[in-house]
Ligand binder design. Sequence first.
Ligand SMILES: NC(=O)c1ccc[n+]([C@@H]2O[C@H](COP(=O)([O-])OP(=O)(O)OC[C@H]3O[C@@H](n4cnc5c(N)ncnc54)[C@H](O)[C@@H]3O)[C@@H](O)[C@H]2O)c1
Length: 349
Amino acid sequence: MKSLNLVPFVSVDNMMRIVLEIGLEPVLRDLADRIEEDFRRWESFDKTPRVASHSPGGVIELMPTSDGALYGFKYVNGHPKNMKEGLQTVTAFGLLADVDTGYPLLLTEMTLLTALRTAASSAMAARHLAPKNAKVMAMIGNGAQAEFQALAFKAICGIEEVRLYDIDATATEKCIANLKGSGLRLVPCRNPEEAVEGAEILTTVTADKQYATILTDNMVGAGVHINAIGGDCPGKTELHRDILLRSEIFVEYPPQTRVEGEIQQLAADHPVTELWQVIAGTAPGRRDARQITLFDSVGFAVEDFSALRYIHEKVQETGMAQMLDMIADPDEPRDLYGMLLRAQAARAA
Ligand SMILES: NC(=O)c1ccc[n+]([C@@H]2O[C@H](COP(=O)([O-])OP(=O)(O)OC[C@H]3O[C@@H](n4cnc5c(N)ncnc54)[C@H](O)[C@@H]3O)[C@@H](O)[C@H]2O)c1
């Protein structure tokens, strides 16, 4: 009989083994497909804006969802000040459970998995919204998420050149060193204006706990796609409001994005399109070559659910997990106390 007390746990080490065994780009492509699959059946998910606990230094969030068969949640933080203290801005872990019994099926690190799923979601959205045959992407903000974004856009959208800018030149140097040999043409830029020159996709992935203006209106020409990742908290945005007024805006889950996304700068009834509708074919994506499309990404629980589902499958295939004695599961379900007594007796013996 299965040991119901044991829950597979994917450590950071095992997550890296799974990714390296399959290959980073195949993982990004698989994740993009899983996320797209789940967006297509959007209406079958229980959805709620994430539960955020704000503090002066950052935010801690819980992100739950369920499709009726599986339940998943992620714990994630966002602390822009951390990096200067030698800590990560974003860390995460998550859990997948069986709805029928409520028993957990998987506990996993999600810091790496969040970077992978965010990059896969961005590229999946761009597959529907970016100009056809886009080859050049600007990336402003070259921190922890950056390489994953670059590689997802290469693997999923066919991007060939990434133009990099960060206020901290060492971040750009790190990114270029890490991406050397990826097949991407990497262009370090001295300012954001230089980074957006000739780019068909503009990715903003900076971290600052304030209204920032990473892109000003004059930097955004007709026909580009903006992948705005870093504005994901109340009071934390990256784009000048005028850009939003010229763009066709696509979002994950409006009740969450209206509070956390770039559109917190707009009226509560400003028209937006839900990305899932584009994927399901009930709303248009990019309509013409001159339109500015904006994916106002904040990160939604369904994307993490897709990632948890994927890793659960890979653990079943590869066995790359440790078994954690995590659920008290006495032989007689009502005899929880008896289990404790028997353990006491065993210790005394
Ligand atoms: N939308 C999502 O689903 C999602 C998922 C993960 C992370 N995020 C967000 O993405 C952002 C980046 O995350 P990270 O883990 O890469 O953070 P990070 O701290 O590792 O990197 C952020 C980088 O932005 C740079 N930066 C800050 N202000 C800048 C400016 N004005 N111009 C240019 N560069 C600037 C910093 O120097 C740093 O290198 C965070 O805001 C995070 O909350 C969003």
